[in-house]
Structures are given as C-alpha cells and as structure tokens.
Design a protein around this ligand. Structure first.
Ligand SMILES: [Zn+2]
Length: 404
C-alpha cells in the first residue's frame, strides 16, 4: 500500500458466514477496541459483509488485517441459548416511557456529565441513587444475616489475575500511574505545569505503573480479605456499595454506559448448599426492589460480554450452567425504541474464588461464592424512564423521598 496516502477510507470485507443479528450488533459495538485507526464497523443489512470506516488510509492494510481476525473470532460465538425467566415484575404506572432522560437530567442540573464516562449528580438523582442503595440494604437485611462491608476502589493486578479478569476482559482494565520516584523527573513535571496553560503530563519514561488497577467488578476486592480462612457453618453474607471502573473506549453514553459507576453489591460465601440457597432466596428480594420502585423488570439467564477471543467458550459455559442471570429493565434507545437494559446480575461462581483465594467452607471443601450486583445509576435511569418527571406518577414513598 502507498504510505503517502492520507485521509479516511472505507473498505468492505466479507464475513466468514451470514451472522445472526445479535453477533452483528456485538461486532459493531466492540469494534472500538480493534484499532486506533478504525472509526467503526458497520455490518451490512444482509449480514454477509462489513464496512470498515478507516481513519487513515495509510493504515488500511493493517486495519483490514486486524478487523478480519476480529470478525472471524466474533463469528464463532454461539447465540440462541435457552433463556430461562426466573422472575418478572409488572409496572403499575400506566404513563408512557420518558424519552431523552439523560439530556433532561443534565438540563435540570441534576446530572453533570464530564464527557468521559464520569458523572456528578445532586437533587432527585442523588436522592434516588441513595434510595436504591438504602432500599436494597433494607430488603437484603430482612432476608439474610447481613454484614456491612467497605472495600477500596483500587485493586492489585495480582488480585485481578487471580479473579481471571485479564483473561476475560483485558480490554476494560485501567491502570494507575504515578511519576517515577526521581528527584529530577518530579521537578521537571512540577516546572512544566507551573507555567503552562493546560496540564502537562509527564513523558512516558517518567510514568510508572506498578500493577495497581481501578476495580472493574464490585466483588473482587472482597475475596482476598477471606484468604486462608475457614468460613463458619452459617457462611457469610456481605453487602456494600462499590465503585466500579470499566474502560468502554468510545462506547460511553449517559447514565447507561459509564466508565465509573456505583454498584450495590451482595456476596455470599460458604458451602455449595448455602450459596445455592442464598441465590434462591435473593430472587424474590430483587422482585421486591423492582416493585418498590414500580419498575417493569425481569430476571433471566444471561451471558457476559467477554472480550472477543474468549467469548465463545465462556458464554457457552455460562448459559449452559445457568450461572449468570441478569436483571433487565426496559428503557428507551435514542431512536425511541425500547431496549432491555441490564441493571444488575445474579452470579454463581462455584468454587472458583474459594480455590483461587484459599477460602474453605465448613465441610473442608473450597468455599463456594455467589454475588448480586445492582448498577445504581442504571436503576436511576430506568426509574426516570418509566415514571418521567411528573412526581405524581412515582410510587408515593419514592416520590416523598426524592422530590421533597
Ligand atoms: Zn460480583
């Protein structure tokens, strides 16, 4: 290819086979992780080919190669798993869904969007986020012998490695960097900034990251705290609000896809029987939470959006073992059509974390674990979508707590 060529170029590549719609959608969404020179991938209507929107024609050959390997891996995914419905809640409010909730929350000053996947909020949005937390804790405490916990936002790469995170979501990891411990490098950094208009970052060779990461799944920092322990007969049920970071590249949007968000987490640790029992008991509790906020909701089997190269095998395992179910709450897409937004999940991990972190159940076997994570900001978005901005449409206890 002529290296002098510059400017954007579109190239169409053939797909290995006609893809199912679900896979075609995944290919488009995850294409942000293929190459910095690739703007996007658009799968053709017949799902037999895909158009690559390449930013720099000089890089076309390289991008076509990467994109071809990427779609080959993605095309191997299996879909059409049997979906099992565990629970459903029907909404009482008969009003229409509210369109453009994110924009409306910003224009009311209740949400400040920094534009990089972080938001600040106040007023009714803050009160609602706090109420989602408080109500979940209240219902959990009624159902379980609950212990409150608190865990840091940082997590070591060593812990993430043990949790298998780099194996399943390598594209979403975030590393914390510092200036190297060097008198001259620190002074250079200080001086560069003291007279600069904008922030000046240290040069790459003066940046150091020693494997500290931002936590990407609420429950991970909990497991090392039980390492080497034998759990009591009655097991442990711990809950807390965790701050979670998942790098989404250009896929960030409003409250539905943030880089940094809050999760109300619930973790069960104990024998296999104890954890299976907790999972059964938590299902109606989640129904109670949806009923309290009067949200249309269902809980059904699901699979994780793993990174392309591991997707096929892991998705199959999750779906076939029913180890993951998702709390789906309908909201509106930008075009006004309804989409089911995953607002949380119920997960069974088997003895995976028990083995990795040497946690033992009372029967002497590796402890089993399970968790329930609720994406707080997504519950907020879902509630404003389903009840709108007229307080009269909200259930009375919620209305009194958030619009007062
Ligand atoms: Zn978890």
């Amino acid at each position: 290819m002529n290296q002098m060529v510059t400017g954007a170029i579109n190239v169409t590549i053939a797909l290995p086979k006609q893809l199912e719609q679900e896979i075609a959608d995944d290919i488009e969404k995850e294409s942000v992780f293929v190459s910095p020179y690739l703007e996007k991938i658009k799968v053709a209507a017949d799902r037999m080919s895909a158009e690559l929107f390449i930013r720099d024609a000089a890089k076309a050959e390289e991008v076509v190669d990467k994109a071809t390997r990427y779609v080959e891996v993605m095309a191997k995914q299996r879909t059409g798993f049997d979906i099992k419905l565990f629970l459903q809640n029907k909404r009482q409010d008969v009003g229409p869904f509210q369109p453009d909730v994110n924009a409306e929350l910003v224009s009311r000053g209740w949400v400040h969007d920094y534009g990089e996947g972080q938001v600040a909020y106040r007023g009714p949005v803050l009160k609602l986020a706090q109420l989602v937390n408080a109500k979940a804790v209240e219902l959990y405490a009624r159902a379980f012998d609950l212990v409150d916990g608190h865990f840091p936002s940082f997590v070591s790469a060593e812990t993430l490695h043990k949790c298998g995170y780099f194996d399943s979501h390598p594209n979403q990891a975030s590393f914390v960097a510092t200036v190297i411990e060097d008198f001259d490098a620190i002074e250079e950094f200080r001086r560069a900034n003291s007279c600069a208009e904008g922030a000046v970052l240290p040069p790459q060779e003066h940046m150091h990251h020693g494997g500290m990461c931002l936590n990407p799944a609420a429950c991970f920092p909990a497991y090392p705290t039980f390492a080497g322990e034998t759990l009591p007969e009655e097991g442990h049920v711990v809950s807390w609000q965790g701050r979670v970071f998942r790098y989404e590249s250009r896929n960030i949007t409003g409250l539905d896809r943030l880089y940094e968000f809050n999760v109300r987490e619930l973790v069960f640790l104990g024998s296999e029987e104890f954890v299976a029992n907790c999972r059964q008991r938590v299902i109606p509790v989640i129904g109670g939470l949806a009923a309290f906020f009067d949200l249309e909701m269902k809980l059904q089997t699901a699979t994780d959006p793993f990174f392309a190269t591991v997707s096929a095998a892991k998705k199959f395992f999750q779906a076939s073992q029913e180890v993951k179910s998702e709390i789906l709450i309908p909201v509106l897409k930008a075009d006004g059509s309804v989409k089911e937004m995953a607002c949380g999940s119920v997960n069974l991990h088997g003895a995976f974390f028990g083995e990795r972190f040497d946690i033992t159940a009372v029967d002497g076997a590796a402890a089993h674990t399970g968790c329930v994570g609720l994406g707080v900001e997504r519950w907020v978005l879902a509630a404003f979508t389903q009840h709108g901005f007229d307080p009269a449409r909200w259930p009375q206890p919620v209305r009194e707590a958030i619009f007062a």
